[in-house]
Every structure is written in C-alpha cells, then in structure tokens.
Design a protein around this ligand. Structure first.
Ligand code: NAD
Length: 475
C-alpha cells in the first residue's frame, strides 16, 4: 500500500492519525494518508505565520518570488505524468483529463510568476505641499486554502499562484477524498526551494481539520472551493477572527441552445459540458435549455453520443467516463435521479447503477418538460443532464436565471446580436458563447449568487491577496 505524508514547516510528517484512501475504480484501499487534526493544523499555521514575518521569505524581492514560482511551474511540467496518475488513482478522474489539466496547472504558476514583480503601489497627488504620500501593496497574511476532491492540483494552483506572487504564506488543506496528488506536489514545493513554512500542505476531515484551520486566529484569509453548505460553516468560523473569505462554490449552469445553432457542435459541447470529469465539475452544464423546434434533434444527438461513451478504468487512455470519486457521491446522484423521476421527469438514457466493483454511474439524461423536477434545482455533481424546452428568448433567459446559483452559462446560437443580448441578461460569473469550459490564467473566474464571491485568475486575483498600506511623509 502506498503511503503519503503532510508537509509542515519544510518537513514531511506522518500526522496525528492515519486513514486509508479508497480506489474509486475498485472500492479497495490503496494508500495510507496522514490525518491532520487540531495539533497539526496549529503547527502548520504557526509555521506559516513565522515564515511571513521572519527569515528569508519577507526579504525576498518580488522577482525572486517570481523565480521560485517559475521553478515550481517547471517541476510541475516535468512531473506531470506522476501527478496525473496519482490524481487518477486517488479520485477516479480519467487519465486523459488529469494529464491535460496538469499542463495548464503549470501555466497558472507561470502566469503568476510573471506577475510577482508587477504588483505596484501608487504615489498620491495629495493637496498638501509638504507631504509625500504613497501606497504599498503588502501580503494579506497567512492564507488557508481549502479545496474539494475534484481537480485538487488545479484548484490549489489558482490560490497558491496569486497568493505566493503577492508574498503571502499558506496552509493548503487537500480534500480527504483523493489527497494523493497534492501531498505529492508538496515534494515539488520543497524541491523548488521555498523557505520552510511558506507553503504547508496537509489533509484531514472537514469538521476537525478544516474547521480548526478556518477558526485559527493567525489565519487572515480563507480561500475556499467546495459546496455551499461547507461555505456557510467556513464563513461562521472565519467570522470569529474577522478573516476575509473568497468562495468558489457550486453551480446549476444553464446550457442554452437556440434552433439557429449548429446543433451537432452544440451537442458535442453539451456532452463535454456535462459528462467530462464524470460530471464532478463546478461548471458542469447541467441544465440544457433548448428551443422547442430543436429539442427532438438535440435529444437524438445527445442520447446517441451518451450511449457511445466508453466507460471504464480511469487509468486506461481509451476511457472517456470513469467512476465517481466516492460511494457517498453515487448514492446522492442515484437518490436525486429517483426523486426527479417520481416528480415526473422522463428517463431518456442511463439512470441505472451498473453491476460490479467501483463507483461507476452512466451518462444520464432526464427530460424535465412539464415536471417540477428537483434535478433542475439541486446540484448533482455527477453525469446527469436535465432538459427543458423554451419557446422564446425571454423564456430562455427566465429559465436560465431561475436558479439559486450563478457560476457559468453556455449560449449556442448563430445570431451575434442574440448572443450579446442573452449574455448580458444572464446572471452568472462566466458566459461561454458557442464554446464551453474554456479557461485561461488571464481570465477571471468566479460566481454570482450562491456560487460564491471573489475571483480566481487574472491580475485582480493577485491584488486580492494584498492589503494596501498608506504612508505619509512630512518633507
Ligand atoms: P465540500 O464542501 O464537502 O468539501 C470541500 C472541502 O472543504 C474539503 O477539503 C473538506 O474537507 C472541507 N470541509 C468540509 N467541512 C468543512 C468545515 N466544516 N470547515 C472547513 N472545511 C471543511 O465539497 P465537495 O463535496 O468535496 O466538492 C464538491 C463541491 O465543490 C460542489 O458543490 C462543487 O460545485 C464545488 N466546486 C466548486 C468549484 C468552483 O471553482 N466554483 C470548483 C470545484 C468544485
């Protein structure tokens, strides 16, 4: 059985307790993980606080911080295969997807490496002739970065990159489900040469480890990706110290297809939007809103594609859909499909838990026309698409916005003016037109409404990890 360690204050450690990680493709234990509790969390936060004020890190120039980040990016690229295989093994995310994602994990570190020496203060034109006044952008402090199981390396990179560029120190909490890739990544942080305590990486369970981290009095900011219910716990916990938060939460993203769209290309994008990562993606395009005239054709294209998808072992390069990360996740999905069918939704394809080992669930499509289906409101975080038709642009916009969430949306149309009108009217943090799921380190990403607040990606994300100091000098 493989064995992993936490990384605290520049050293690798077994942790206060240990737990077994299960292989989602077989359900069998395959690795032993460190379980951090309050003691480890406290050691890590204190190490991060020391590293913020003492030693080498606060004395490094911004460009020297940038060089460390470039080195980290190179190490991620050089170790891409090992990291991708570990992520696949521990979370069930297929090897094609984990390999592709590692390439842009390295890109994010490179982007923020380049930004480290571009975070500037300003000289202020104050109306006092004997005063010189300027602002400095200083690191916000110790950052707690908490990530969910899907895309852990990526979701950690979008926090570590800008926070390190800004000069912060961090304690990263990997999810208890599938922490292997982030614990392995700690070796690369060490090899890159970051001073001890600047980056600490541990894992443990939410109520003990996550909660102790969020409530720690030395934590200045909590950067969280995960579910809305956990976010509420985190905001309550961080409120004790008045720490700031950035929250990247769930979604119920609409995928709008107008009858004038290229339906073949819309169907291909819809398949990737909902079935990639076995649907365990915050931006999953989980509600297909289709103009009535195009519904029959879209359903035919989609069910044909969904039934052809190669389901199988996640480490096999031919596999297109792998298992879900946990048994709990599959039970949640099956329960929500059952409730939706009881509420009047019709099964187009899928919906049956397959025989055999592992937490597999087939690509599933529910026709929800005329049904008050809970599948239209609740997040599956799984490979289930709910379909509703509309008769007018106004109705499409109303349906798209009829959700508590507001993370992403897709619009498929050949009308340029409609694309503009609808993208303006949709209440979500990202809108993709005739494409879906495109990301870049340069482009801000984040949610409206219950999908959270704060943005990851872009220059603004690095500025969000700074606080402004104003200095007055009498001349
Ligand atoms: P989760 O909220 O259950 O867990 C996320 C992390 O929070 C884990 O590390 C967990 O240990 C920790 N945690 C749990 N309870 C805690 C507590 N009381 N205090 C502090 N930390 C605690 O999320 P999940 O089920 O692992 O992931 C799925 C969710 O993440 C979905 O809702 C999905 O949409 C969302 N997500 C959002 C984005 C985005 O960028 N917007 C990206 C990926 C996933």
């Amino acid at each position: 059985m493989r064995s992993f360690q936490s990384y605290i204050d520049g050293a690798f450690t077994d942790g206060e307790a240990r737990f077994e990680s299960l292989d989602p493709a077989t359900g069998a234990p395959w690795a032993e993980m460190p379980e951090a509790r309050e003691g480890d969390v406290d050691r890590a936060v204190r190490a991060a606080d020391r590293a913020l004020w003492e030693g080498e890190w606060p004395r490094l120039t911004p460009s020297a911080r940038g060089k460390l980040l470039y080195r980290l990016a190179d190490l991620v690229a050089e170790n891409a295969q090992v990291l991708a295989e570990l992520e696949t093994r521990d979370t069930g995310k297929i090897i094609r997807e984990t390999s592709a994602q590692i390439a842009y994990v390295a890109d994010y570190y490179r982007y923020y490496a380049g930004l480290a020496d571009k975070i500037e203060g300003a000289v202020l034109p104050i109306d006092k002739p004997d005063m010189e006044v300027w602002t400095r952008r200083e690191p916000v402090g110790v950052v707690a970065a908490i990530v969910p199981w899907n895309s852990q390396l990526f979701l950690a990179a979008v926090k570590l990159g800008p926070a390190l560029a800004a000069g912060c120190t961090l304690v990263v909490k990997a999810s208890e489900d599938g922490p292997a890739p982030l614990l392995e990544f700690a070796r690369l942080v060490h090899e890159a040469g970051f001073p001890p305590g600047v980056v600490n990486i541990l894992t443990g369970f939410g109520p003990a480890c996550g909660s102790a981290l969020t409530r720690h009095p030395l934590v200045a900011h909590v950067a969280f990706t995960g579910g809305p219910e956990t976010a509420r716990h985190i905001v309550r916990g961080s409120a004790e110290n008045l720490a700031s938060t950035s929250l990247e939460l769930g979604g119920k993203s609409p995928f709008l297809v107008f009858a004038d769209a290229d339906l073949e290309s819309a169907a291909n994008a819809q398949v990737a939007a909902i079935f990639a990562a076995t649907g365990q993606s915050c931006v999953a395009g989980s509600r297909l809103l289709v103009e009535r005239a195009a519904k029959e054709r879209m359903l035919a294209l989609l069910s044909e594609k969904a039934e052809r998808v190669a389901i199988g072992a996640p480490l096999d390069r031919a596999t297109e859909v792998g298992p879900l990360c946990t048994r709990r996740q599959r039970e949640h999905i099956q329960g929500l499909v059952d409730r939706s069918l009881q509420a009047g939704a019709t099964l187009v394809t899928g919906g049956q838990v397959p025989e055999g080992a592992g937490w597999f669930y087939p690509p599933t499509i529910l026709d929800c026309d005329g049904a008050a289906s809970p599948s239209l409101a609740e997040e599956f975080f799984g490979p289930v698409l709910s379909v509703v038709s509309f008769d007018s642009e106004a109705e499409a916009i109303r349906l798209a916005n009829d959700t508590a969430f507001g993370l992403a949306a897709g619009i498929f149309t050949t009308s340029l003016t409609r694309a503009h009108r609808v993208s303006r009217a949709i209440r979500s943090g990202v809108v993709w037109i005739n494409t879906y799921r495109a990301v870049s380190p340069i482009a801000p990403f984040g949610g409206f409404k219950r999908s959270g607040h704060g943005r990851e990606g872009g220059l603004a994300a690095a500025l969000d990890y700074t606080r402004t100091k104003t200095v007055w000098l009498r001349t």
